[in-house]
Structures are given as structure tokens and as C-alpha cells.
Design a protein around this ligand. Structure first.
Ligand code: F6P
Length: 339
């Protein structure tokens, strides 16, 4: 069989480990030919491809980013300045021209939605979930998430010492889009005192009173972890808004840090390398078994698959009964809500 691999959407640590997992298993175990497609779905439109031999797949396990490049181009969504009219049709034709028997789409929610639509157009698709945000529906965890949580936790650890020296409130904003997974996990791992998640509506009065009470009890400093997707007025920056509100309402000296793209860069954690490798190897197996229209997933630490149809267009958010939220609450972490 001849298979294509592409990575689309925002990059994250572990994509290369996944490409290697798919590619090496496909070549070594199943004797398949593997074609790398550059820059997400764009590469299938402008035919930007190259064969991924075993040699090309060596030495990439620990590399951050993606050797294939990526883009946020959505073939089913016409955009201003489009030069190609019917992108899905061109993709279908080029898939045939390349002689592909299957296409592996490594990506987050948007990519899995596109993958599902291409599967409906008759292409043999296997999806592979990646994103630091951990918000892909149908899988317990995406690779990239563990690495991002490590980086965010390290940043929070560092804020503790400077916050303590200056007796300040430190607000740190982490990524995650509309999901609070990175904020919740790094907030718990880094001992955040207040954690604001997009999924839990916060009250600024509760946040301010919590900080005042902490100061009155003699706590010299506080750490506030904020998910970038929390609601703030007039689309203001989350950390800046929260820090300003805290300063005004409490008179406690407050500083903000926006962690940004460092959360997405650099070498994947060992856990992400293992997860991406397991995902990749399983994708090759699904192709060999002709189980198309599926996305690789992990549930209770078992790798399996889920129909793409069930995944497309959904987002996995933190639920009200989340156990980690509950544990954190019981230890006195404030989520900003009135309870
Ligand atoms: O989905 C990953 C992510 O890093 C989000 O956490 C963030 O909101 C977004 O991508 C940033 O997107 P872009 O790469 O388009 O700036």
C-alpha cells in the first residue's frame, strides 16, 4: 500500500514522533510506501510531497515542531484570495494522482473535522489527534499536552520564587483555546492558589476577596493561573485584564506573564514521545486492516479507534464534575466561582 501523512493546524511537541511511528511501522512491519505531504492540506493542493524513507524518519523522535510543516488552511472553507475554486475536488484528484491508498491526518479539532469530510468524499482517512490544548473529543489525551503542561508548570514554579521575594500577586496566562486543560493541570502541578478556566464562570469579587483573605492570613504572595479562553470584556487580553482588576480591587502589587508559544515549541516530553509513537503505530495497523474513517484514540490507557464521524465538530471541555477540579477545591484552590 502507499500512504500519505500530513500535519495540519497549530504544531505541538510530538508530531515528529507520530510521523516516525506511522512511517516506520508502515515500512518495517507492513512493507508500505510512505509519502510526506508538506504544510497540511495545502500540500495536497500544490502537490508538495516527498517520499519518507526509513532514513528520512531517523533522528526525528526528539525534534519539536513538524518536519512536514503545517498550515491552518481549511479546504472546505472558502477564503478571501483563494486561487483554487474547489479545493476538496483538487485534493481528491491529487490523492488519486499520487496513487495513495490511505491518508493519515495528524491534527486537532479542525483537522479531524476536515478529515471526516474528506472521508465522506470517499478518501481512506485515518486521523491522529494532536494538540497542546487536549481538547479533541473522543480521546482521553492528545500528545503535546504533557509537554505543554511541563513547560507551564516550570514557568509557575519560577514565578513562586520571584512572587515570594517581592510579595506580589502573579497572574500567569496559559494556552488552551476554549478549554482549560493546560490551566487546570499546570495550576494543580504548580500549586496555583486561584485557577480560572474557560469552563467555569468566575466572579472578580470572589477572586479579589480570596486574595485579600490570603494576605490577611499572612500569605506573602499568590499565584493566579488563567486559561487564555476565559471570558473578559471587549476581547481584552485575559491576564492583563485580570491583573489590572486585582490591582485595582485589592491594592496588592500584581504582575502578569503571558506564556505564549514557548508552550508549543521544543522537544516533546518522554510521555508525549511514547503516546505519539503508540498512536502512530496504531494508525499504520488501522490502515493495514482497512479500518478507514477512524481516529486513533486512547481510553483508560488502551489505544483504540473512534469513528471520525463522532469526533468531527466537537470539543472536549472540562466538565462540571471533573475529579481534579473537585480535589483541588477540597484543598482550597479557588476557581473564582461562587459556591
Ligand atoms: O491549538 C493550539 C494553540 O496553541 C492554542 O492553544 C492557541 O489558542 C492557538 O493554537 C494559537 O493559534 P495560532 O498558531 O494560529 O496563533
Amino acid at each position: 500500500m502507499k500512504i500519505g501523512i500530513l500535519s495540519a493546524g497549530g504544531d505541538c511537541p510530538g508530531i515528529n514522533a507520530a510521523i516516525r511511528g506511522v512511517g516506520k511501522t508502515a515500512i518495517v512491519q507492513y512493507g508500505m510506501e510512505v509519502i510526506g505531504i508538506s504544510n497540511g492540506f495545502s500540500g495536497l493542493i500544490d502537490m508538495n510531497t516527498e517520499e519518507l524513507t526509513e532514513d528520512k524518519l531517523s533522528g526525528i523522535l526528539t525534534l519539536g515542531g513538524t518536519i512536514l510543516g503545517t498550515s491552518r488552511m481549511k479546504p472546505f472553507k472558502p477564503q478571501a484570495g483563494d486561487t483554487v475554486e474547489d479545493k476538496p475536488q483538487v485534493i481528491k484528484e491529487n490523492y488519486q494522482k499520487l496513487g495513495l491508498d490511505a491518508l493519515v491526518c495528524i491534527g486537532g479539532n479542525g483537522t479531524q473535522r476536515t478529515a471526516n469530510l474528506l472521508a465522506k468524499e470517499g478518501l481512506n482517512i485515518v486521523g491522529l489527534p494532536k494538540t497542546i490544548d487536549n481538547d479533541v473529543w473522543g480521546t482521553d489525551v492528545t500528545f503535546g499536552f504533557d509537554s505543554a503542561v511541563n513547560i507551564a508548570t516550570d514557568a509557575i514554579d519560577r514565578l513562586h520564587t520571584t512572587a515570594n521575594s517581592h510579595k506580589r500577586v502573579m497572574v500567569i496566562e496559559v494556552m488552551g483555546h476554549n478549554a482549560g486543560w493546560i490551566a487546570l493541570h499546570s495550576g494543580v502541578a504548580g500549586g496555583g492558589d486561584i485557577v480560572l478556566l474557560p469552563e467555569i464562570e468566575y466572579d472578580m469579587e470572589v477572586v479579589a476577596n480570596t486574595l485579600i483573605t490570603r494576605a490577611e492570613r499572612g500569605k506573602p504572595y499568590s499565584i493566579v493561573v488563567v486559561g487564555e479562553g476565559i471570558k473578559v470584556p471587549n476581547k481584552k487580553n485575559a491576564a492583563r485584564y485580570i491583573a489590572k482588576q486585582i490591582q485595582e480591587r485589592t491594592d496588592l502589587e500584581t504582575r502578569e506573564t503571558i506564556l505564549g508559544y514557548v508552550q508549543r515549541g521544543g522537544t516533546p516530553s518522554p510521555a508525549d514521545r511514547v503516546l505519539a509513537t503508540r498512536y502512530g503505530a496504531y494508525a499504520a495497523k488501522l490502515i493495514n486492516n482497512k479500518e478507514f474513517g477512524t481516529m486513533v484514540c486512547v481510553r483508560n490507557n488502551e489505544i483504540s479507534s473512534v469513528p471520525l464521524e463522532e469526533v468531527g465538530g466537537k470539543t472536549k471541555l472540562i466538565q462540571a464534575n471533573d475529579r481534579l477540579v473537585d480535589k483541588a477545591r477540597n484543598m482550597g484552590v479557588c476557581f473564582g466561582d461562587k459556591i
